[in-house]
Design a protein around this ligand. Structure first.
Ligand code: FEO
Length: 415
C-alpha cells in the first residue's frame, strides 16, 4: 500500500504483511501491519520503522513523498524488531539523523545494532522537540509492553502515536476505524483488538489504567490514535480507550469456554454432557480442543469468557502436556476475574485434575471445586454427573459474573 496522509503533512508510510501467521509464537490469522509515520515539517521526522523484511516498502513510501535524506529526526518508540528492525538500513542512508528513545530503549538498541556512530538522545515524559510548525512530545510507557516503550504526541494535530498499545494484528487495505461500517466488520475489528490485548497486554491492566489516567492528567487533547499495528482510530479514539479500560477492569462476557485435550477420546466424551449442562443453564458456551487450536486463539477465548472448564487426561500422573503448556502461557499473562474448574479421565491413579487446581490456585483465579475425574470412559452414571457438573458450573459463573458487575458499577458510581 502507498503512503497515506493521516493528518496535514503527516503520512502513514508502513507496510502490510498479509502472510505472517506466526508472530513470535502468536498465531496471526489476519496477518499484520507495521505502521510508521513520516512528519513533513521544516525538519522531517520519522516515527518508528518497520520489520526489516519490509524496509524497501517503507523506503519506497517515503520516497514517494520526500527524499529520505531529508529525514533529520527518527523516533523509536519501541525497540522490538517489528518496529526498529529497519533502523540499520535507514541509518546507512541517513547516518546524520538524530535518534530519540527512552533510556531502556537506548540500552536495548545497543544490544541489537552497532550504535557507536549514531546520535542518540534519551528522552523522558514531557521532553519536546520542535521541528518547525509541529512539536514532538514524548510519553514514557514502560512495560506497555516492554521496559523501553514510549509514545509520541503531536499537540498541533492532537495525534497520539501509541506504538503497540491500541493496535491489532490485522492486515487490511482499510487504514481508519471509520472504514468499518458493517456489523460484521466492526465485530471483526473489535475482536482483533481483544485478541491483541489478551495475548500481549493482559498482564498490564493496572498499568494501562494508570497510563490512561496520566495522559488525562497531562491534559492532552487527542482526536486520533495511531498505533504501530492495524487500524488508526480517527473517528472515535475514545472507543478503543474505553475498550482497553473495560478489559483492564476485567469486564468480559457471561459465557463459558471448555478448553481441553484428549488421549483416547475419553476426555472428549466428557465434554459433551458438560456442554449440555452448561447450555441447559442458559449459558453461551464454546469448546476448544487444544492441539487442534493455536495457543493464542485458546488464550483469546479464555479471556472473552467469564468461566473456563479445563479438561485434561492424566499422563504419568500429571497433566497432559498440551494442557500444561496452555496453563503455562496463561500464568505468564496473569489473568484475573475468571472462574475456573477442571475435569478429565485417567487410567490408574489420576492426578491431572489435582495438578490443574494447583495451577489455578497459583494464578489466584476464582475456583470452582471439586473437579471431576472419570476412570477410563465415562459411564452413563458419569455422564449424568458430568451434566450436573456443567450445569452447576454455569450457574456459579452467572452468579460470579453478576457479583462482579455489581461491584464494578458500585466502584464506578463512587469514582
Ligand atoms: Fe509490535 Fe512489541 O512489538
Amino acid at each position: 500500500m502507498k503512503a497515506i496522509e493521516i493528518k496535514p503533512n503527516i503520512f502513514w508510510v508502513g507496510a502490510l504483511d498479509w502472510g505472517v501467521r506466526d508472530f513470535h509464537g502468536y498465531v496471526t490469522p489476519n496477518g499484520t501491519t507495521y505502521n510508521n509515520y513520516l512528519i513533513v515539517d521544516e525538519e522531517v521526522t520519522l516515527v518508528d520503522t518497520v520489520k526489516d523484511d519490509f524496509s524497501k516498502t517503507m523506503l519506497d513510501n517515503i520516497r514517494n513523498i520526500i527524499d529520505p535524506n531529508r529525514i533529520e529526526h527518527i523516533v523509536i518508540n519501541h525497540i522490538e524488531p517489528d518496529h526498529a528492525g529497519s533502523l540499520n538500513t535507514l541509518m546507512e542512508l541517513i547516518p546524520q539523523a538524530n535518534l530519540y528513545l527512552s533510556e531502556k530503549g537506548k540500552r536495548g538498541l545497543e544490544r541489537h545494532f552497532d550504535t557507536s556512530r549514531w546520535k542518540i538522545e534519551v528522552v523522558k515524559t514531557g521532553t519536546t522537540v520542535k521541528t518547525g510548525q509541529k512539536t514532538l512530545m514524548f510519553i514514557e510507557t514502560p512495560m506497555l509492553h516492554w521496559p523501553d516503550s514510549m509514545m509520541t504526541y503531536i499537540p498541533e494535530d492532537k495525534l497520539l502515536i501509541s506504538q503497540d498499545a491500541f493496535g491489532q494484528h490485522y492486515a487490511t487495505t482499510s487504514r481508519f476505524d471509520d472504514e468499518f461500517t458493517t456489523q460484521f466488520s466492526i465485530y471483526e475489528l473489535e475482536d482483533a483488538v481483544k485478541d491483541y490485548y489478551a495475548n500481549i497486554l493482559m498482564p498490564f491492566g493496572k498499568l494501562i489504567k494508570s497510563k490512561i489516567a496520566e495522559i488525562n492528567k497531562l491534559g492532552l487533547e487527542i482526536d486520533m490514535i495511531a498505533p504501530d499495528h492495524g487500524i488508526i482510530w480517527r473517528k472515535d479514539p475514545g472507543k478503543v480507550l474505553n475498550l482497553y479500560l473495560d478489559m483492564a477492569d476485567g469486564k468480559t462476557d457471561e459465557r463459558v469456554v471448555i478448553i481441553y485435550d484428549t488421549m483416547w477420546k475419553s476426555t472428549t466424551r466428557m465434554t459433551q454432557p458438560i456442554l449440555l449442562g452448561v447450555r441447559d443453564a442458559d449459558m453461551d458456551a464454546k469448546v476448544i480442543k487444544l492441539r487442534a487450536t493455536p495457543m493464542s486463539v485458546a488464550i483469546k477465548e479464555f479471556w472473552k469468557s467469564r468461566g473456563c472448564l479445563l479438561g485434561t487426561p492424566t499422563l504419568n500422573n500429571i497433566m497432559f502436556p498440551s494442557v500444561a503448556e496452555f496453563l503455562t502461557h496463561l500464568r505468564g499473562l496473569r489473568p484475573k476475574h475468571r472462574m475456573v474448574g477442571a475435569f478429565g479421565s485417567f487410567g490408574w491413579g489420576g492426578g491431572a485434575v489435582r495438578e490443574a487446581y494447583q495451577e489455578f490456585k497459583r494464578m489466584k483465579l476464582e475456583i470452582y471445586e471439586p473437579g471431576l475425574e472419570v476412570m477410563y470412559r465415562p459411564s452413563l452414571e458419569d455422564e449424568e454427573r458430568l451434566y450436573q457438573f456443567g450445569r452447576e458450573f454455569a450457574m456459579q459463573v452467572r452468579a460470579y459474573h453478576r457479583k462482579f458487575q455489581e461491584a464494578s458499577s458500585t466502584t464506578a458510581r463512587k469514582a
